[in-house]
Write a new protein. Structure first.
Lengths: 509, 121
């Protein structure tokens, strides 16, 4: 093999071969320069067309220059140091250095430098092989950029995930509701601080335990168990389930339970979130308020009874020669005492309904007759008003007659109260499918749209009405409660300055 | 009819006075008992033709008085009209054997009608 090499070298050394060799160099697509190290400042003595192409300089602008012109003003590159070290020690080197074309355009030059040694070991020439690797470099840089971007995105995602975790956990920990997450076997996976504080337990007593084993078995209620067991297979949540229990550490409490299957990114997991709210105080407060209403109205009724009695006695004992003026005063007094009595009765009714004491005394009664008689009694009290009645049911209805009288007369009194004296009031009764429908229509002041759905709220009074008409905002609330208790619905339709229609339906069966 | 004796038991002085005036005006003989503790004794002593009895009273409530009255053979058949401002007054009155019930504030005409009806029975 060495022998062959020797032969080849010999061939290259012939003049003909040298000419061929230059042609090879000229044809190369790789930039090639040769410098003469024996001349001052190591000038370029040869460059091929590919180098002209890469650098943008012509041969005449290249020959005789030191290679450093390629770096332009960009002198402080560490690669330059590597080159000079290699040149000084006569070794070969490979660098990637920033070079500039004649037009000043940056390109990355992958440069191989090999020394050529003379017979006495002296370095006579350097050969520089050059490749414009800008595009390769650019691709690489782009790749790095993509990598960096990816890393940044991952970091960002991680940060966002952490933040949303923190965000969620801050909600979970701040919320005034006990939260417990369980797996499909009702084993507790986590519980928030409010749970631990409310039930005065530690996380160790809770995590990993079965829900039904917690505390003294407070959640081990067959009915609750049944509902909980249906959450996963049916997705039916447990809603507003009340548990009253003597809990360890905290005593007798009323808890409101809600449980849902956990949904993550739109997919159901076999986890259950149980939210527990302590409504003991809330319920007690409600009870106290209702008790107050009940006691206050009851206590007020006793002196009122006496006043009503004396009022009636005054009428009975009225001297025959009493002046009309005096009779008028007595009559007015009686009217307002009656009004006061009405308000007190309403208050009492509200407290009764609130405490759930309202029990419907259902009995068969003639519905048409009830409506007709109620209208008659209202007519008697306000003879100046025209009240018409159309339609009938033609059959008995099973319900609480006295309460339904209250509803009809309340709707009628409202119609009278809120419409002008010369306008008509229409009552329509009809049976629709298996429902009774009653409507009371007036041509009065009407109710604006935004107030329409509030009129059935307790103690709500339509803004402008409040100033001109006495009342407590109880009547319609009571009507709604009574109708709802009968399984029916009540609603209002109205147009400002045109009139209002209040209607209710009652299921007949 | 009008010389009949009515005993009224109520802790509220205002009601007592008002009823006394009304009932005397109508020709009845009226005995007032403001203290529920003494009610049964007064009824035994006075042997009224009818008793008007409030439900909500301190110490002994109207329904307790009525139960004892029904258990006492000397006065057990006395007709009793109960009244109350309480919402469940009617149920209480029915459960303890009242002959009639009216809610406060009462219409005097209705009360007088009820008294007459019970006296006739």
């Amino acid at each position: 093999m060495g022998k062959e090499n020797h032969i080849n070298t010999k061939k290259i050394n012939t003049p003909l071969d040298l000419d061929v060799l230059y042609k090879v160099l000229d044809a190369s697509v790789t930039g090639i320069v040769i410098t003469d190290n024996l001349l001052p400042d190591n000038p370029i003595i040869y460059c091929n067309p590919a180098f002209e192409e890469i650098s943008g300089y012509t041969r005449s602008e290249i020959i005789g220059h030191n290679c450093r012109f390629l770096q332009g003003k960009d002198r402080n590159q560490p690669e330059r140091k590597a080159i000079s070290t290699a040149l000084a020690s006569g070794e070969s080197c490979r660098v990637e250095i920033r070079n500039y074309t004649k037009k000043g355009k940056l390109f990355y030059n992958e440069l191989y430098i090999s020394p050529v040694k003379g017979e006495n070991g002296q370095i006579t020439h350097f050969i520089g092989i050059q490749n414009d690797v800008s595009s390769r470099r650019r691709t690489q840089q782009e790749l790095e950029l993509v990598q960096e971007e990816t890393e940044r995105k991952v970091e960002e995602r991680t940060r966002m995930y952490k933040e949303s975790q923190e965000y969620l956990s801050s909600i979970v920990e701040t919320i005034r509701e006990s939260l417990v997450v369980m797996d499909k076997d009702y084993k507790v996976l986590s519980a928030n601080n409010h749970f631990l504080n409310t039930f005065k337990v530690s996380i160790n007593e809770t995590k990993g335990k079965l829900l039904y084993d917690l505390g003294n078995g407070q959640w081990n209620i067959p009915e609750l168990k049944k509902m909980m067991e249906e959450i996963l297979p049916t997705n039916n949540p447990v809603l507003d389930y009340e548990v009253e229990h003597d809990f360890p550490h905290i005593g007798k409490k009323l808890m409101l339970l809600n449980a849902h299957r956990i949904e993550l990114e739109g997919r159901y997991k076999d986890w259950i979130l149980l939210a527990i709210e302590d409504i003991t105080d809330q319920r007690a407060l409600q009870q106290r308020k209702d008790d107050f209403l009940s006691i206050a109205s009851h206590e007020l009724k006793t002196p009122l009874t006496t006043i009503v009695g004396y009022m009636q006695l005054m009428n009975r004992m009225m001297p025959e020669n009493a002046s009309d003026k005096f009779k008028g005063v007595v009559e007015k007094t009686g009217k307002y005492i009656q009004r006061l009595n009405q308000l007190l009765s309403e208050l009492l009714d509200v407290s009764r309904i609130q405490t759930g004491n309202i029990t419907l005394h259902r009995e068969e009664f003639d519905f048409d007759k009830m409506v007709a008689e109620t209208i008659e009694s209202i007519r008697a009290a306000t003879p100046s008003r025209k009240i018409s009645l159309t339609g009938k049911i033609g059959r008995n209805f099973n319900g609480d007659e006295s309460h339904l009288i209250q509803v009809v007369s309340n709707l009628l009194s409202n119609a009278i109260k809120y419409s002008a004296d010369n306008t008509k009031i229409e009552v329509r009764v009809s049976s629709i499918s298996d429902f009774i429908k009653v409507s009371v229509e007036d041509k009065g002041m009407g109710i604006s749209e935004d107030e329409l759905n509030k009129v059935f709220d307790r103690f709500y009074r339509v803004g402008e009405v409040q100033k001109h008409y006495p009342g407590m905002g109880i009547g319609l609330y009571l009507c709604q409660q009574i109708i709802t208790n009968h399984g029916g619905t009540i609603w209002a339709e109205s147009q400002k300055n045109t009139g209002s229609t209040f209607s209710f339906t009652l299921p007949m069966y | 009819m009008k010389d009949k004796k009515i005993l009224v038991c109520d802790d509220d002085q205002g009601i007592l006075e008002m009823l006394e005036l009304l009932l005397e005006e109508d020709g009845y003989q009226v005995v007032l008992e403001p203290n529920s503790v003494n009610a049964l004794r007064s009824i035994e002593r006075e042997s009224p033709d009818i008793v008007l009895l409030d439900i909500w009273m301190p110490m002994i409530s109207g329904d307790q008085i009525l139960r004892s009255l029904r258990d006492n053979p000397k006065v057990s058949s006395t007709p009793v009209l109960m009244y109350s401002a309480s919402t469940d007054g009617k149920n209480i009155a029915e459960s303890c054997g009242a002959d009639s019930y009216i809610s406060k504030p009462f219409d005097l005409a209705v009360m007088l009608e009820e008294i007459e009806r019970l006296l006739q029975e």
